[in-house]
Design a protein around this ligand. Sequence first.
Ligand code: FAD
Ligand code: NAG
Ligand code: NAG
Ligand code: NAG
Ligand code: NAG
Length: 433
Amino acid sequence: MKTSNVSIMLPIFFFFFFFTTGTARATCRSTEVGHDFLECLNFHSEPSQPIYKALYFPTNSSYSSVLQFYMRNLRFNDSTIPKPQLILTALHVSHIQAAVVCAKAHGLQMRIRSGGHDFEGVSYASISNVPFLILDMFNLRAVNVSIEDDTAWVEAGATLGEVYYRIAEKSNIHGLPGGMCPTVGVGGQISGGGFGNLIRKYGLAADNVIDATLVDANGRLLDRSSMGEDLFWAITGGGGSSFGVVLAYKIRLVRVPPTVTFAGIRMTNNMHNFTDTVYKYLQVVDKLDEDLYIKLAVDVVKDDQEGKKTIRGTYLTLFLGDSERLLGHMKENFPELGLSKADCIEVSWVESLIRWTNFPAETPTSVLLSRIHPAPVRMKRKSDFLKKPIPKKGLEFIFKKMKELETPILKFPLWRNDECYSSFRKTFSSSSW
Ligand SMILES: Cc1cc2nc3c(=O)[nH]c(=O)nc-3n(C[C@H](O)[C@H](O)[C@H](O)COP(=O)(O)OP(=O)(O)OC[C@H]3O[C@@H](n4cnc5c(N)ncnc54)[C@H](O)[C@@H]3O)c2cc1C
Ligand SMILES: *[C@@H]1O[C@H](CO)[C@@H](O)[C@H](O)[C@H]1NC(C)=O
Ligand SMILES: *[C@@H]1O[C@H](CO)[C@@H](O)[C@H](O)[C@H]1NC(C)=O
Ligand SMILES: *[C@@H]1O[C@H](CO)[C@@H](O)[C@H](O)[C@H]1NC(C)=O
Ligand SMILES: *[C@@H]1O[C@H](CO)[C@@H](O)[C@H](O)[C@H]1NC(C)=O
């Protein structure tokens, strides 16, 4: 692989390549996927890896199901939204290289999809009428865990659930900080950061990346040393598709104890000192032991007895230690939550993911390997950073507004939203966690 000054120029160049309609120099500028385009794909892919097996045109019978399977926001599952001229489900790195080179030469826009959880459908939907293809990465999903040196190579098309499961299969004291939703893809998640309940101790998923392989806009396969540190930095937090196609990341695994404590507490605002507790949460949450992560989700529910609308808070806790140490820490720093021994469940780290994701307690951890989303929804999400706690009056105003509007859900931390399958088990109670 070549080393050059390429890393300094790439970000700007790539931006134009992926987000404009293609000002590429080419002799053949047909934007239809025609015979020339197919010849180009054949020419640029490995002969031993026939690319035709990876091509889905609108005329292929499984085109729609392939397109829809990884549409994780139903807002974009709509007949009025322009569809790709081709879905290329890469089976080999040369298919990625061919897609990049040929899309550029033929003025086709390319969308890259790994897990399809993009909030705005950027990986599979187009709101302009620009012809495009989807480079779908779901077949490239190897997860090679090496416990000997605390690392793993994970391909972009793997899901987080697969990565967590494969780590846990080899060791119960290793983990990876990253998102809490098992069906999120490695490609979008790690290139954009990756936020989850190990963040206080270990940072983002992207903070734990030590190498990567990437196909650049000229179709070259680069690794960390050949892409250079600037480009490597960009694809570990800056979002992948502005810079190239990430093939795989090498990650450093982190240590988790064999037993962690999971706890869930629910309260509504017609009992307890609801607003006071939320206020206290905002005061202490960033000062607690770094083994402790507490998420708070606030939503509107109908009161059991009278069917009246009420505000509800759900506090989900992961503690990297046993319940005794957790309870001691809570008593000292956040007694208002009223966490008790009965709320605590001691499990392995991988089992805690099942609880966190809202699956019934008895669900086997192999559910993490499933690519079927239990309840895809139509959604619109916004995030913001809090630099200081919201005052009590502000909280009261927000809760009043939420009751009026009924549907919104407010979550802390308010960074990337880490809700996963929220609507899929509306009826669970604390006892089923
Ligand atoms: C239900 C749900 C729960 C979520 N929970 C969390 C969470 O707990 N923590 C968290 O941090 N985030 C969370 N997210 C956000 C999620 O991490 C991002 O939306 C992420 O970008 C999705 O990655 P993906 O591969 O699944 O999505 P995709 O839609 O496939 O891709 C997202 C973006 O990355 C680009 N991209 C994808 N693959 C590649 C690649 N191989 N090379 C270059 N670019 C690529 C796409 O083009 C697109 O721009 C959640 C999202 C949803 C919908
Ligand atoms: C889709 O149809 C084309 C043309 O008929 C064919 O070459 C290709 O193999 C089909 N794709 C798949 C995945 O079967
Ligand atoms: C997406 O839309 C199609 C066609 O309207 C429909 O058949 C399919 O069930 C939808 N997908 C989901 C997950 O709702
Ligand atoms: C994973 O291991 C397999 C088998 O050894 C190898 O072929 C593949 O290239 C590896 N993948 C990555 C991303 O390291
Ligand atoms: C609720 O508030 C009252 C008065 O402010 C206080 O005396 C009481 O201890 C609080 N209860 C809880 C559970 O925090």
